[in-house]
Each structure stands twice: as C-alpha cells, then as structure tokens.
Design a binder for this molecule. Structure first.
Ligand code: PLP
Length: 401
C-alpha cells in the first residue's frame, strides 16, 4: 500500500487493524473531516433552519445552505437543483409521486431487471394506481442491462427511463449515452439511481444529459438519514409537491396553499440538518481527492478479488468477469453454501460482507439464485482487506463444504 492510500485509510477511525470492512455498498464509513463537521454543527450551530432569527438559527441555516452548495459542486450542477431527502429510496419515491402525477393513462416507464427494489417498488405502486405500464430491459448473462433491447422497449408512450447507474449486485456500470439517446428520441425523461456510483468519484451530471439523479449520504461517507434528488430546475417547477407541511409553502390559507419555489417545495418539515451538513463535508472532502489514483487502486483490488474468486472451486461470480465498465462491487455464489453461513464464518475472521438478495430479488431470480455473497470496496480498501477476505473464504469452504 502506498503511503498516500495508508494516510487516506487512517482518516477512518473505525477501520482498526483486524477488520476487513467489505460492506461499503451497504453503508460506507465516515472520515474524520465528516465526523468533525457533524460534531461542529451539533455542538456549536445546532438549531432549526430558516425559521429563526437568533444567531444559532442563522448559523444552522447558513451551514445547511453551504452543504447544498458543496453537494452541487460534487455533481457540477446548480445548488438550487439539489433537493435534500432521506436517501435514495425517498428520492425515487418523490419522483414516482410528483413526476408520476403528471403522467396519463397509457404512459409507460422503462426500468431494468437488475434494479434495487428502491427503483422498482415505487414504480410498481404507481402502476398499481392504474393506467401506467412498466416495461423492463432484460439482463445479460454477465449481469449488465441489455441495451440492445432499447429500440424494442422504448416507444412513443415511454415517459421515463429509470435505471441503476451502477448495479449494487453485479457492479455493472450502465453505458448512459445510448440510454439517453434512445430516451431523447422518444421524448422521455431519464432518472439514474446513483447510489452505487457516487462513492467512486465526482459525477458530471450535466454531461450525462439526464433529468433526475438520486443517491444516499450513508453510501457517500456521510451520515445516515440524508439523501439527494437532483432534478432539472424546469422539472422542479413543473412537478407538484410530494409531501405537504412547513417550509414547502409560499402562502397558506384555510382554503388552500401555494408552493415555495425550487428545492424548498420538496423539503416539507424539518430536514436532516446535521446529516446534510455531514454530506456537504463529505462532498467537499471527496472533491479534493486524487481520483485517478483512487480509481486505479480500486480496480487493482477488484481484479485481485475477481482473480481469486475465479480460481476458487464452486464459485460463480454474478457480474462482469473483467474490469471494463465495472465498479468495485463483487457478488458471488459458493455452490452448496448459504450466503448467510458464508458471511457468518467470514465475520468470525474479521471480514464484513453482505449475504442475501441485496434488495434485488428479480436479478437473483435471473441467475436462478435466492441470494449471493457480496464484497464491496471503497476508497479506503487495501490489500490487507483482500488478503483477509481470501483467508475467510478458505475457512468458510473448509467448514461448509
Ligand atoms: N439503489 C441502490 C443501487 C442501492 O444500492 C441502494 C442501497 O443499497 C438503494 C438504492 C437504496 O438506498 P437507501 O436505502 O439509502 O435509500
């Protein structure tokens, strides 16, 4: 490990020797600058935002606004297009309700067979209310969205294409250009679920040509309970609010109300202020990191995982076998062993993994499996994690097979 990556890892106090934390796709750990920012907010600025005129209320309001700006900078978008939500799930539900309410009977939404349930169930609930049809892009044998099916799946009725930017199971990164081109050709909007993309470097949202982007703070080295929906300003204007309450209004009468403009329209009630401040600090910290070197290191470690797993009898990798178009998320099946048993034995060796369907049951069905075991890397992962992973896997095979 280079001294630069060792210094990076040292910023995560929870990563003590003896722990191989390979569950970052579920929740990534928080570095000192994020922990410090949350502590500073909670100990010297804590108050509710917007409503107050006292010093703390002003400091909190300023910290919250600064967080929005920092997140916007990480995505290269204007701050007034960033809506703070509770997480990816909340962001997608917001779009399903607000954008969904603009749809007409007969309209269609296109998804894929590898979506996290967060990008599937809200659309099923919308379709169940009547009139909207869901159509699905199939999944290839190596766990990618089959983009050759775009022409046959999209049509004049398609109003939205909503896909995982990166699969939380196979690690496949979707090639957005053909998706956006196909959607534009039929006048459809595009939503990307970026939950598994944003922890691996800044995203230039403007360059993608999409309309909505959703992700969670806790996968981005920030606290739980906060997330982001980015939406084009014209869509924030056009969509009705999802939740009603304080702070999202312009004026309230007993006979009815009018709405605030911009993100405020979608941020009813007290937001997760401290968590948003942490997310802003995370984005600020991430913006300054050497991403080319980090990406190279994540790839090298992913290749080690892929090579070692491919050489292990009985292992089947659910996803691309090479590094091309692939994030550092590696799921596999060990024939004859339940993923929970594999995870438990590996935990006893200090390896934190995830076992189960990873909220992607249809995708596991595609592979004729009920679940899998997943190792996911982050910018703090190193060779000791991978070494420990293979020691743990050897132990799991010895005990279970
Ligand atoms: N989408 C993807 C691709 C994910 O990996 C996850 C979480 O694992 C989610 C959505 C849901 O995120 P959250 O539970 O933070 O709302």
């Amino acid at each position: 490990m280079s001294s630069a990556s060792a210094a990076l890892r040292r910023q995560f106090p929870i990563l003590t020797p003896g722990l191989a934390y390979l569950d970052s796709a579920a929740s990534a750990q928080m570095p000192v600058p994020v922990l410090d920012a949350v502590r500073t907010f909670e100990t010297s600025q804590r108050a509710n935002v917007k409503r107050g005129v006292h010093r703390l209320a002003e400091a909190a309001t300023e910290a919250y606004a600064q967080a929005r700006g920092r997140v916007a900078a990480y995505l290269s978008v204007p701050a007034d297009e960033i809506v703070f939500t509770g997480g990816t799930t909340a962001s997608i539900n917001l779009v399903a309700h607000a954008f969904g309410s603009l749809l007409k009977p007969g309209d269609e939404i296109v998804l894929s067979g590898l979506e996290h349930h967060a990008n599937l169930v809200p659309w099923q609930m919308l379709a169940a209310r009547g009139g909207i049809t869901l159509r699905f892009l199939p999944i290839t044998g190596d766990g990618r969205i089959d983009l050759s099916a775009l022409p046959a799946t999209l049509g004049p009725r398609t109003k939205l294409v909503t896909l995982a930017h990166v699969s939380n199971v196979t690690g496949a990164i979707v090639d957005t250009a053909p998706v956006v081109a196909a959607a534009k050709a039929v006048g459809a909007r595009v939503l990307l679920d970026g939950a598994q993309r944003v922890p691996h470097g800044p995203v230039d949202i403007g360059a993608l040509g999409i309309d909505f982007y959703a992700f969670s703070g806790h996968k981005l080295f920030a606290p739980h309970g906060v997330g982001v929906l980015w939406a084009k300003a014209e869509l924030l204007d056009a969509m009705p609010p999802f939740m009603g309450g304080g702070e999202m209004i312009a004026r309230v009468e007993l006979s009815g109300s009018t709405w605030a403009k911009g993100p405020a329209k979608f941020e009813a009630g007290t937001p997760p202020i401290g968590a948003a401040v942490g997310m802003g600090a995370a984005c600020d910290w991430l913006s300054g990191l050497p991403w080319a070197a980090i990406a190279a290191e994540e790839s090298r470690l992913t290749q080690r995982l892929l090579d070692g797993l491919q050489a292990t009898p009985g292992v089947r990798i659910l996803g691309p076998s090479g590094l091309q178009g692939r994030a550092p998320v590696v799921s596999f099946d060990l024939a004859g062993a339940h993923p929970h048993d594999v995870c438990q034995i590996m935990d006893s060796k200090g390896v934190a993994l995830r076992g189960g369907h990873h909220c992607a049951q249809p995708l596991h069905g595609r592979f004729d499996l009920a679940g899998s075991t997943r190792a996911s890397l982050a910018l703090y992962s190193d060779d000791s994690d991978v070494d420990r992973f293979f020691e743990g896997l050897a132990e799991a095979r010895r005990v279970l097979l």
